[in-house]
Design a binder for this molecule. Structure first.
Ligand SMILES: [Fe+2]
Ligand SMILES: [Fe+2]
Length: 140
């Protein structure tokens, strides 16, 4: 059973954000379905993708002076720390912690996407910031 199913409510209307978020959900499900043998690789893949995902949002926030940047980045940092901490447990053979992480991150992601990432997507749109072109202003 999937840890988290992608639903239309998770789409924020920005193609690049949504593509990254879909990949995040896929990788979360790989962690949720992992066996003891595949858990570490699944967590490592999730870490690499999440660093990329959060780095992307951080660049866009910086480029547009997004007002609640600090708050948003704090939340990202907390999540990355939790994934790294889980990795430590998995390395010690506590594979079940990876499953708990997948479940918790699924819950976290739904509320994060509905609040902070929604605000960011709306802000970027209002600033005419084109995420597909990494910020080249759209001039009409
Ligand atoms: Fe995001
Ligand atoms: Fe975010």
């Amino acid at each position: 059973m999937a840890t988290l199913d992608w639903t239309p409510e998770l789409a924020l209307g920005d193609a690049r954000i949504d593509e990254t978020h879909r990949e995040f959900v896929d990788m979360l499900n790989v962690v949720g379905d992992a066996t003891d043998d595949t858990m570490l690789a699944a967590i490592d893949a999730l870490i690499a993708h999440t660093e990329e995902h959060f780095g992307q949002e951080q660049r866009w926030m910086a480029a547009t002076d997004f007002p609640p940047t600090h708050c948003h980045l704090d939340e990202h940092d907390g999540v990355l720390n939790a994934i790294h901490e889980t990795r430590g447990y998995v390395v010690e053979g506590k594979f079940k912690v990876g499953k708990v992480l997948a479940q918790e991150l699924g819950n976290w992601f739904c509320s994060h996407a509905a609040t902070m990432d929604t605000m960011l997507a709306q802000w970027l749109k209002a600033q005419n910031f084109d995420t597909s072109r990494e910020g080249e202003a759209v001039t009409s």
